[in-house]
Ligand binder design. Structure first.
Ligand code: GCU
Length: 618
């Protein structure tokens, strides 16, 4: 179906996969973690999910997410000695959950298809309470069955989802079956090809949250850019008793506000934070905010800061800043696996801090919530991005619905994180596709509907005139972006690093901050030679030096996130003895060793830190 104009697109979103409303602040609620060894069945032929004669799913009519019909792999057990059952979860091997399947079994390293998981748990849900089953993420589609009944289906490989399982949980013993399918498909987001490993499985935490019938399901509280000294937002209830009084307090500031929710369970918030210490990367001040309703209570730790642009300047709490950044994938290179834990976040963000970064670009998809919460705590600004990456089916309204679902989920989850300052809707998408602009502008509108306190951008396309050596950002989405950002590989793709000396960046048409969201070169750790020998640390080091000298000349340059913190797995990178399935643009090798270019960037960041130093008021 051709994607019509933006206006029509909005109403085409009935194709959106039915989603539960966002469940907020999960990590601050008491929960039962379903972590550990889950039995699994590899199912490349969809034996468990589809009728083999006509390929129709056993349990759903396309977009529906819950139904009474059951799939074949429902955890049946033999009763009579003549029963023929050609699977048995409990006799099958196990995988660790959370965690991608690729790194856990050699035969699953490249696996793309469906895997069925099964775990058991005991539960006794007190009367009057609700039970929510929450997943931090599963890549790419998850079909979830509790005690043989469909709880729901979710599509999207990097965003949280949950199902209310109050009516499905049994007193005592329960069994949970989850089918995860990580196939790349033309209409999915991302599409058929990326430059990262297609890690599949239940990749993040699974937890059971017990809540009152009516609970605080969502809230938003951020420093208000228009009302200095105030934090504004809203609080939302979910359940039958939507009209309640809710007191929101910030004990450390001795401020509170009592509000009455409306018939939809929502109330606006406006608190005095004039006595607060603003959040800075150098002083990541967080405040406990307590939300106390008549039927529920929850709390979160929130930092108060403002981020805006003023012409070519990025302004944090009224002060011009420079973003000393680095890109990172959600992967622990030494484990060759998706990062998922707080410890993994401490390793990766610890490396960024060691590089003297004040900023990280979480490429190219939302990372796990531990990462953004740790960035809040240790003081790193964050670029948050969804995988609208390279070839996406911009013509397809179901694809758009999926992209919007993913970016809404990302903004909803991270909207109270002071560290997050940029929402990115895309990476290197073809500007010549007319539907692509409609697609991205609709996503931008969806983001701003939820949060207009942060900046919006994307890794934009640019034009390099080989005759004049002039470079411009001519991507039409630059008009929508608050920050003009682009990935440029001068000195790597199509040229050697000396090219950096002859080009001129013409950005005067954009009265906005300019951010280089990627530059870099591959280098195999300890592979040495003269600086013109490709794949050597010497070449990568030379490129970094030339890039820095070039970028320093650009008047509106306000930040950079070189590609990339660490070497990462990539099926498109296959030069034997050099790449071997790794993208080697890391400043840190897959074994955790720093390359020579690390020290070039570190020295430059130490210089920039002094050049852009600012006073932090008490
Ligand atoms: C692209 C892309 C990255 C990729 C990198 C590279 O700009 O955004 O995902 O890994 O370049 O070519 O190494």
């Amino acid at each position: 179906m051709r994607l019509l104009s933006g206006l029509v697109l909005g109403c085409l979103c009935q194709y959106a996969i039915a989603q539960n409303p966002h469940l907020h602040n999960v990590t601050n609620r008491p929960a039962t973690l379903l972590a550990g060894n889950w039995h699994y069945i590899v199912d490349p032929y969809e034996t468990g999910f589809r009728n083999h004669r006509n390929w129709t799913p056993y349990d759903e009519k396309e977009a529906a997410t819950t139904s009474s019909a059951a799939p074949y792999y429902t955890n049946r057990k033999q009763v009579n000695r003549w029963d023929r059952i050609e699977y048995d979860f409990d006799q099958s091997p196990t995988l660790n959950v959370p965690g991608d399947w690729n790194h856990q079994r050699p035969e699953l390293l490249y696996y793309e298809g469906s895997i069925w998981y099964k775990t058991d748990f005991k539960y006794n849900l007190p009367a009057g309470r609700r039970l929510l089953l929450h997943f931090g993420a599963a890549n790419y589609r998850a079909d979830v069955y509790l005690n043989g009944k469909k709880a729901g289906m979710h599509e999207g490989g990097y965003d949280p989802f949950h199902f209310d399982v109050t009516k499905l949980v049994q007193a005592g013993d329960n069994f949970l079956v989850v089918r995860v399918d990580n196939r790349r498909e033309r209409d999915r987001v991302p599409g058929m090809t990326t430059d990262w490993w297609n890690y599949g499985g239940i990749t993040r935490d699974v937890s059971l949250l017990e809540v009152p019938q009516t609970f605080i399901s969502n809230f938003f509280l951020q420093a208000d850019k228009a009302k200095r000294g105030r934090a504004t937002g809203w609080v939302q209830l979910d359940g039958p008793q939507l009209a309640q009084k809710i007191t929101v307090s910030i004990p450390a500031l001795s401020v509170s506000q009592t509000v009455a929710t409306d018939a939809k369970g929502r109330a606006s918030l406006d608190l005095d934070i004039s006595a607060s210490k603003r959040w800075y990367p150098e002083r990541p001040q967080l405040y406990e905010v307590v939300f106390k309703a008549e039927t529920d209570q929850t709390s979160d730790r929130i930092g108060f800061r403002t981020i805006e642009t003023k012409g070519k300047d990025l302004i944090l709490n009224g002060k011009p800043i420079f973003l000393r950044g680095i890109c990172m994938h959600e992967e622990v290179p030494t484990r060759m696996a998706r990062a998922f834990s707080r410890e993994d976040a401490q390793l990766l963000l610890g490396w960024a801090k060691e590089l003297n970064c004040n900023f990280v670009r979480l490429a190219h998809y939302p990372h796990n919530e531990h990462t953004v919460r740790l960035a809040d705590e240790i003081g790193l600004l964050v670029w948050d991005e969804v995988p609208v990456y390279w070839g996406i089916n911009y013509e397809n309204s179901a694809t758009y619905a999926q992209a919007e679902s993913q970016i809404r989920a990302m903004v909803e989850r991270d909207k109270n994180r002071a560290s997050v300052i940029v929402w990115s809707v895309a990476n290197e998408t073809p500007r010549e596709d007319p539907q692509r602009l409609v697609f991205l502008n609709n996503m931008a509108a969806a983001v701003r509907q939820i949060d207009n306190t942060r900046l919006l951008s994307a890794a934009l396309d640019r034009t390099e005139d080989k005759a004049t050596n002039h470079i411009r950002i001519t991507d039409p989405f630059a008009a929508t972006s608050d920050v003009v950002s682009t990935n440029e590989y001068l000195g790597w793709y199509g040229s050697t690093p000396d090219r950096c000396r002859v080009v001129t960046w013409n950005l005067a048409e954009h009265d906005k901050p300019f951010l280089v969201s990627e530059f870099g070169a591959d280098a195999l750790f300890n592979h040495r030679g003269d600086s013109l020998t490709i794949w050597t640390e010497d070449y990568q080091e030379w490129l970094y030096r030339e890039q820095i000298e070039m970028l320093k000349k650009i008047p509106s340059w306000r930040g950079v996130t070189p590609w990339i913190l660490a070497d990462f797995r990539a099926p498109r990178r296959n030069l034997p003895g050099i790449q071997d399935g790794w993208n080697r643009k890391g400043l840190i090798s897959n074994n955790g060793y720093k390359k020579r270019a690390w020290y070039v960037l570190k020295a430059f960041y130490d210089e920039l830190e002094q050049q852009w130093a600012y006073e932090i008021e008490d």
